[in-house]
Design a protein around this ligand. Structure first.
Ligand SMILES: O=C(O)CCC(=O)C(=O)O
Ligand SMILES: [Fe+2]
Length: 214
């Protein structure tokens, strides 16, 4: 496999999440192979225009405060969580959860829990290799581009936890597009520093499994 952006020229649009409803546009089994090979699924334009506009507006008028992730890095987090709260609700609808279960083989997904964060081109912000498993209910991760301005750097990388072989590198280009990624002892991921432009703003969170989520 050539190691490059997994954002192929046209990643396709398997799902559309709007303010009121979620539409399945491509059957999940069409993406199972992508997840098996690259441990990620790119969902082009996951957010419908109305939801994306509302969320971006909340980001622009909201507050971001320093967020130090112990031993891993630094960034800013939206506080209070307004854009993040809206996305937690919209992403936790049953059709999306069932589609993700079918595409990834992860069972019992109950809801998505995440928040909006941003990393600036300041030579400090970024996130070192980690697996997100400090909370065992996390079965998959998601990162959705909410940036207002393009940036250099800031790539998301996923590697094999044992061999350290890089499996996927992904740069967010299109606001509203999402990357679903493997959260499992076999995989680790990180976010590289932003070189210029940005900030790199994303909603990032996890699909939580039922038993442990309650
Ligand atoms: O910023 C991202 O795309 C992912 C962030 C992340 O890995 C985390 O918050 O645990
Ligand atoms: Fe993470």
């Amino acid at each position: 496999m050539a190691l490059s952006d997994v954002a192929l020229p046209d990643p396709g649009r398997p799902l559309a999440v709007g303010t009121q409803h979620t539409a399945i546009l491509v059957p999940a089994d069409g993406h199972a192979e992508e997840f098996r090979r690259q441990r990620v699924i790119v969902c082009g334009d996951l957010l419908e225009a109305d939801l994306l506009a509302a969320v971006l507006q909340r980001c622009r008028t909201g507050q971001f405060v320093p967020d130090v992730v112990a031993g891993l890095g630094a960034r800013e987090v939206e506080s209070p969580s307004r854009a993040g709260a809206a996305l937690n609700i919209a992403l936790s609808r049953a059709p999306l959860l069932r589609w993700v279960e079918a595409a990834t083989g992860r069972d019992g997904l109950a809801r998505v829990e995440g928040r909006v964060v941003q990393t600036r081109a300041n030579g400090v912000d970024g996130l070192e290799w980690h697996d997100d498993l400090n909370v065992p209910a996390r079965k998959l991760g998601i990162t959705i581009n909410l940036s207002d301005a393009p940036y250099d750097g800031g790539d998301f990388e996923l590697r094999d936890a044992q061999s350290h072989e890089l499996v996927t590198r992904y740069h967010h280009h299109v606001p509203g597009t999402a990357l679903l990624f493997d959260v499992d002892a076999a995989s680790q991921h990180r976010v590289l520093p932003v070189g210029s432009g940005g900030p790199r703003r994303v909603f990032t969170g996890w699909f939580l499994q039922e038993a442990a989520a309650r």
